[in-house]
Design a protein around this ligand. Structure first.
Ligand SMILES: Cc1cc2nc3c(=O)[nH]c(=O)nc-3n(C[C@H](O)[C@H](O)[C@H](O)COP(=O)(O)OP(=O)(O)OC[C@H]3O[C@@H](n4cnc5c(N)ncnc54)[C@H](O)[C@@H]3O)c2cc1C
Length: 402
């Protein structure tokens, strides 16, 4: 029998536990989490703020799931050290837990820059259900919010805060929304949609300071000199993987935990998956932090398979399929051509808020944007992952694969 220990009960950790259980019916599986909450849909927290879900509807599995699968949970405990020589993890209450195989699926924490005023009461980030509940409570009776950062979370937060009646200014550092995943045209389509709902999208604007006193925020002042009155500042400029507790463990760290295609770290029997893992990306040809719910599930499944003795590889690719209001969007890989030897195929149906774009290198797709219709996202993703030659499919790519 094998003692499996999984740190983190998000999608990466729980999918790994489920996968291990499929392959190994008898061994002990223990999931440790700092949060008191059983596995829940973290990805829905921005919409939770709009009152779309009750906390109990966010839970992924019914309570008897863990019993049926004989997956033990230790909630409300933080791992503060990993001791590979002893094959133990140390908890904040002093307990040591032995493992044969260990998975690090600890996610990340939101980044808050060091602006003057960034520690004021109305400046908030969301990572946990507790954070989201705090924002819901705080936003009651407030009039105006500033959302900083225009990634998926920033856009969804702007939408949700607007839906509960606040005036919303979205601050975008560059000249387009979600610059890592959208091009200018896609950004324009989504910005128009946000503006239509009364959200002010402010491009090329960076925060200089947040002004307020002990009890409240009164405004944000930008580097460009604009003053925006608000009582709530929602910061969403990215996450930093939770790697500090690994400092003396010998686990190889860069921006996150470096893993190979089997999700193994440099230390035998220690694996990593999800937002904390820095895995090889097939289009960027580099080790990258690709963070999304689906990626965490895929990496968790790969880690779980390999931990339980199978051989499975994960092909890293940055991919997101989401919605902002009713605009469906898929963004995969490199969406703005990195060099002049790339070919761009684009089909613009702007009046219908629909747009397709493919970036090709040597007749292989390295990136795709599907705005409006995302039905064939999985097939496009497969073409990218398999590095398929699409010379004969160029017309079809633009009109749709299904
Ligand atoms: C508000 C919000 C909205 C989002 N919206 C979307 C979306 O629309 N689409 C999308 O694809 N993705 C979205 N995401 C991102 C998505 O939720 C993450 O990519 C996904 O949850 C990552 O899964 P994970 O298992 O790697 O980590 P997490 O889900 O972060 O889970 C990590 C777990 O590890 C635990 N942990 C951390 N450190 C320790 C420690 N030292 N000891 C013990 N336990 C520890 C934490 O308590 C947590 O339970 C959103 C995220 C947020 C916060």
């Amino acid at each position: 029998l094998t003692d499996y220990v999984i740190i983190g009960n998000g999608p990466a950790g729980i999918r790994a536990a489920e996968t291990i259980r499929k392959n190994d019916l008898k061994s002990r599986i223990l999931v440790i989490s700092e949060e008191n909450q059983p596995y829940y849909y973290r990805r829905l927290l921005a919409r939770f703020i709009a009152g779309k879900y009750k906390p109990e509807n966010l839970t992924v599995y019914p309570p008897d799931f863990y019993e049926k699968k004989t997956i033990e949970q230790m909630l409300g405990k933080t791992v503060i050290q990993v001791l590979p020589k002893e094959r133990e993890v140390l908890l904040d209450d002093g307990q040591k837990i032995r493992y044969d195989k260990l998975l690090l699926a600890v996610g990340g924490k939101p980044v808050i820059p060091n602006w003057p005023g960034s520690n004021l009461k109305g400046v908030m980030t969301i990572r946990t259900l507790a954070d989201a509940q705090k924002m819901v409570d705080f936003s009651l009776g407030k009039k105006n919010a500033v959302v900083i950062g225009s990634g998926l979370l920033g856009m969804n937060l702007a939408q949700s805060l607007r839906e509960v009646g606040l005036g919303v200014n979205l601050l975008v550092r560059g000249d387009r929304l979600w610059s890592a995943m959208l091009d200018r045209k896609a950004s324009d389509i989504i910005a128009r949609r946000l503006e239509k709902e009364g959200i002010h999208v402010n491009f090329n604007m960076e925060v200089k300071r947040v002004v307020g006193d002990d009890s409240s925020v009164s405004k944000v002042i930008t580097r460009e000199g604009t003053e925006i009155p608000c009582e709530l500042v929602a910061v969403s400029i990215g996450i930093r993987p939770n790697i500090d507790f690994l400092k003396y463990s010998g686990v190889e760290i860069d921006k996150g935990i470096i893993v190979n295609e089997r999700m193994e770290t440099n230390i035998e029997d220690i694996y990593a998956a999800g937002d904390v893992a820095q895995a090889y990306d097939v289009v960027y040809k580099d080790y990258r932090l690709n963070t999304s719910w689906t990626i965490a599930l895929e990496q968790g499944a790969t880690a779980g398979s390999n931990m339980s003795g199978l051989h499975e590889t994960y092909c890293g690719l940055c991919s997101n399929t989401e919605k902002v209001y009713d605009v469906a969007l898929t963004s995969i890989g490199i969406v703005t051509p990195p060099s002049i030897d790339c070919e761009v195929l684009a089909h613009d149906l702007e009046e219908k808020n629909a747009y397709r774009k493919f970036v090709l290198k040597e007749n292989r797709i390295v990136g795709a944007l599907l705005i409006g219709h995302t039905r064939d996202a999985d097939r496009v993703e497969k073409l990218i992952r398999t590095e398929a030659d699409v010379t004969d499919m160029k017309d079809k790519l633009l009109t749709g694969l299904v």
